[in-house]
Design a protein around this ligand. Structure first.
Ligand SMILES: CC(C)(COP(=O)(O)OP(=O)(O)OC[C@H]1O[C@@H](n2cnc3c(N)ncnc32)[C@H](O)[C@@H]1OP(=O)(O)O)[C@@H](O)C(=O)NCCC(=O)NCCS
Length: 143
């Protein structure tokens, strides 16, 4: 029986799929430290809706790389691309209420906590969790 793939392999495969931007519905990046080719994680602006001028943002950082500010820095850069290059108006970010690190990332990247959605998403544990919704407007970001 073969071993399940390690988290680097899973994340690398996910990043490879995200390299295809041809559908125009997402813009996604690997997160790397400056001057260092090591993969730290991934960030994605997805569900891009050109009519509404909005999108969602999501991110993940490998466990060994967490707590060093990688996610917050990546979200700030992805948001700059969403507003500057894509010309979007609003980004929204959802996370399970108990995901305190993700809530901190949202706050550090300048998002406003706008509310709590009740049992709004079924996570990998099979249960629907309450989620925070955070929003960032292009006008929130200093130019
Ligand atoms: C959420 C996640 C991306 C954060 O990545 P990261 O690179 O560690 O994020 P940052 O270092 O920018 O910030 C993490 C913040 O959470 C805080 N934090 C970490 N663990 C915490 C905990 N158990 N309780 C409270 N705060 C915690 C850190 O102290 C830091 O805040 P600070 O800068 O004010 O001290 C990472 O934990 C992850 O990949 N989780 C799994 C995937 C996920 O949840 N993605 C988001 C779904 S929307």
């Amino acid at each position: 029986m073969s071993e399940p793939p390690g988290e680097h392999v899973v994340l690398a495969a996910w990043v490879a799929r995200r390299n295809d931007w041809s559908g125009g519905d997402h813009a996604s990046w690997a997160i790397r430290a400056a001057g260092d080719l090591r993969l730290l994680g991934s960030v994605s602006v997805f569900r891009i809706d050109r009519d509404q001028g909005d999108a969602e943002i999501g991110y993940a950082v490998l466990p060994a790389e967490r707590g060093a500010g990688a996610a917050a820095a990546a979200v700030r850069q992805a948001a700059a691309h969403a507003f500057g290059t894509l010309g979007l108006h609003r980004l929204q970010l959802f996370h399970a209420v108990e995901n305190t690190p993700s809530c901190r990332v949202a706050a550090k990247a300048g998002f406003t906590l706008e509310g709590t959605l009740r049992q709004s998403y079924r996570y990998a544990d099979g249960r629907h969790h309450d989620e925070h919704v955070h929003g960032l407007l292009s006008s929130d970001v200093p130019r």
